[in-house]
Design a protein around this ligand. Structure first.
Ligand SMILES: [Zn+2]
Length: 108
């Protein structure tokens, strides 16, 4: 399938570790922190708990990883549509709103 996910829809992705498929929303639900230095959210996969690093920019969620090259950088690997996700920067925390749910994660 090459068709893009429908807006606010059931976009799926896969685990790079165990290859299980899961909803992109599952990665959002598992976000547990935010690094202000590299603007990266930390999460984990619902299948095997592998750590994930995510950037969220408007309607796109990017899966990737951080690496040190003098300073920390983020390398994006997989871009996924994530229409409807809103991120508010509240200083000490990031507040996320998605599909009627709101949750707050610590920002370090
Ligand atoms: Zn997995």
């Amino acid at each position: 399938m090459t068709r893009a996910g429908s807006p606010g829809g059931r976009a799926e992705t896969h685990c790079v570790h165990c290859h299980a498929r899961f909803a992109v929303a599952d990665l959002v639900n598992a976000i547990d922190g935010y690094s202000r230095q590299v603007r990266v959210f930390s999460s984990r996969t619902p299948c095997c708990g592998t750590g994930e690093e995510l950037q969220i920019d408007g309607r796109t969620l990017t899966r990737g990883y951080t690496y040190a090259a003098g300073s920390l950088h983020f390398e994006g690997m997989i871009d996924l549509p994530i229409a409807g996700l809103v991120v508010h920067d509240e200083g000490a925390a990031m507040r996320l709103t998605f599909r009627g749910r709101t949750w707050t994660v610590p920002a370090g």
